[in-house]
Design a protein around this ligand. Structure first.
Ligand SMILES: *Cc1c(COP(=O)(O)O)cnc(C)c1O
Length: 425
């Protein structure tokens, strides 16, 4: 498949995840892509060097070649073959014009913020939001003159409007930075609603705020934020897309124009994804569809077990959202399945939660999520350690809350171990 051939657009995501972005004819017929470990590229002639630079900086098409992998690489911080392959594949999965790959999810989020925001601007973010993003928004960006406003119920039109008004009162609103479902409570954001509010704000201030959505929890196969009105979709590839807890990576997908701006800044910041990670990511994406299916089925079994257990007070798995609630309506419209990371609370507090954790061995006690192994942690004393108690509890995290990322083990073994551990609570 060449880059100008667009027949791939008719294919299912599962198929694109296996092969899109790599053409064996460009690498001696190798069925799997080679890893291009080089920092710099040799120009065939002085004129070619000039053409490559013209193509890179002015977007001239003729020097980029017609193959799946563009030719004309200059220096690996500007781009390299494995990154081009991964970006083509992620763009296809996100149904986007283009993707930029980064060396972590936070590199993707920081570069997005620095591309879009200028001193004096304001930003509205959904709450709770990933702790790294929370720190960027509330500890770093204010020092650069950026005003930050949190939004708790992003399924409620009055709440979204109120947050937008509060932000506008402090400066031009440049960005809605959303995360849905949110970590660790699985709170849902109505992306289409936020886009409508963004349009209305645009009519008032003469510049429409951009809408970005962190899609890490469900990933490209279960939720497509761009189809619901987002301008940019962000993914920590470290989690489900990488899927084996053995790499750090991130991506942002969107229009050619916006992603071009992110890539220009990435070249300066130097936070691109390096070749080996991009290669590992290509391999990981091949199994994303089957991993997603199995993890969702396992999560349904585990959540169903916990939901009926007398020592469990609450389970936040999206598959259990009550019919008729606003969050359920948005979930039905926006998400293809419930994913496999959620939280539950035991009756009691920290002591009861710790007793459960200390009796586990198949379920690993660690932060992070989306790996092949099931991970469990106590957010109040780990991922949310430095979030003040009132803000933690307002976000639904108590001393009895445990976060679970259900992996690919046999569901009966997971349920049996949790049943044994709950006896100790
Ligand atoms: C982990 C995570 C991030 C950050 O990704 P890194 O790859 O660790 O930098 C961002 N958003 C969400 C929702 C995450 O779970």
């Amino acid at each position: 498949m060449t880059r100008s051939d667009e027949t791939w657009k008719a294919l299912h995501p599962d198929t694109l995840a296996v092969g899109h972005g790599y053409d064996p004819r460009e690498a001696w017929g190798a069925a799997k892509p080679p890893i291009t470990l080089t920092s710099t590229y040799v120009y065939p002639s002085a004129q070619a060097a000039k053409d490559f630079h013209r193509a890179f900086f002015d977007g001239a098409a003729e020097a980029q070649g017609g193959g799946a992998i563009p030719s004309g690489f200059i220096y690996s911080r500007l781009g390299h073959p494995n990154l081009s392959m991964l970006e083509a594949r992620m763009a296809a999965l996100d149904r986007a014009e283009e993707t930029a790959g980064f060396n972590s999810g936070m590199a993707a989020i920081s570069t997005l913020a620095l591309t879009v925001l200028r001193p004096g601007d304001s930003v509205v973010h959904s709450r709770p939001i990933y702790s790294g993003a929370d720190n960027l928004l509330n500890l770093v960006l204010p020092d650069f003159g950026i005003q930050v406003e949190g939004l708790v119920d992003a399924c409620d039109e009055a709440a979204v409007n109120a947050a937008a008004d509060a932000a506008l009162a402090r400066g031009p609103l440049a960005l809605f930075m959303l995360e849905s479902p949110a970590n660790p409570t699985a709170a849902i954001v109505d992306i289409a609603l936020v886009r409508r509010v963004a349009e209305a704000v645009g009519a008032r201030q003469g510049r429409r705020p951009l809408v970005s959505v962190d899609n890490t929890f469900l990933g490209p196969l279960l939720q497509n934020p761009l189809a619901h009105g987002a301008d940019l979709t962000v993914t920590s590839l470290t989690k489900y897309c990488g899927g084996h807890s053995d790499l750090l990576a991130g991506s942002v997908s969107g229009s050619v124009e916006l992603i071009g701006r992110l890539k220009s800044l990435r070249m300066i910041l130097g936070n691109h994804m390096e070749p080996f990670t991009a290669w590992l990511m290509l391999r990981s994406l091949e199994s994303l569809a089957v991993r997603t299916q199995r993890a969702c089925a396992n999560a349904a079994a585990v959540a169903g077990f916990l939901e009926g257990h007398p020592k469990v007070a609450k389970v936040t798995w999206l598959g259990l959202l009550a019919e008729g609630t606003p969050a359920r309506n948005v979930y039905d419209r926006q998400c293809a399945a419930a994913g496999s990371t959620f939280s539950f609370a035991v009756h009691g507090g920290e002591a009861e939660a710790f007793r459960l954790l200390d009796r586990l061995s198949i379920l690993k006690l660690a932060v992070s999520l989306g790996g092949s192994e099931t991970l469990i942690c106590h957010p109040a004393t780990t991922t949310h350690y430095n979030v003040p108690r009132e803000r933690r509890e307002a976000g639904g995290i108590t001393d009895a809350t445990l976060r679970l990322s259900v992996g690919l083990e046999h569901p009966d073994d997971l349920v049996a171990e949790l049943a044994r551990a709950l006896e100790a609570v």
